[in-house]
Design a binder for this molecule. Structure first.
Ligand code: ZN
Length: 177
């Protein structure tokens, strides 16, 4: 198992850059980065991670949905690497729900996201994949995809009052299910 990597924190300029497309997914350095991202997100018990969060400004993200306190019915996915992902289509309908980010510890916020998204990406073997994601998994994708464009979830919040600390989140929001 690869070593977990250090997470870039908000304020690090790498999180504000538009990440560059990956030219060759078979490059051993890219394959190693995929392994490291998966180890890191699993080690942090996260549900997703993007390469800029480990200071690599390239268009690669990992979605790793699994049930958690907030989403006990979230689907369990094998951590899935998505290379040069594209948002092809999305539902007009949006849903607001709570998000956090490994790069912004201690903070939660209510973020509106499209309820479903149609996406395309290259898998780690270089094959083009097309998928439609809904609900929690669609939310993960949109959060991680934003990281590739220099955005964080706080940029999507509608009002500052929708930003709270993790401690208050656990005391006030989580018990409501
Ligand atoms: Zn994040």
């Amino acid at each position: 198992m690869a070593d977990p990597l250090e997470i870039s924190q908000l304020g690090n300029p790498v999180l504000r850059q538009v990440a560059k497309p990956i030219q060759d997914v078979h490059d051993p350095a890219i394959q190693a980065l995929i392994d490291d991202l998966i180890s890191t997100v699993v080690g942090c018990k996260g549900v997703g991670i993007a390469a800029p969060q480990v200071a690599q400004s390239c268009r690669l993200l990992v979605v790793a949905s699994h049930p958690n306190d907030r989403y006990p019915h979230a689907p369990t996915m094998e951590p899935t690497a998505m290379i040069n992902p594209r948002l092809v289509d999305y539902s007009e309908e949006t849903v607001k729900d709570w998000e956090g980010c490994l790069s912004i510890p201690g903070i939660r916020a209510l973020v509106p996201r499209h309820r479903s998204v149609a996406i395309e990406y290259g898998d780690r073997h270089g094959h083009l994949q097309t998928r439609t994601l809904t609900d929690f998994v669609a939310r993960i994708f949109q959060h991680e995809f934003d990281h590739l464009n220099g955005l964080v979830f706080l940029d999507r919040v509608e009002r500052n009052q929708d930003i709270i600390t993790e401690q208050e989140y656990k005391q006030r929001i989580l018990p409501q299910g």
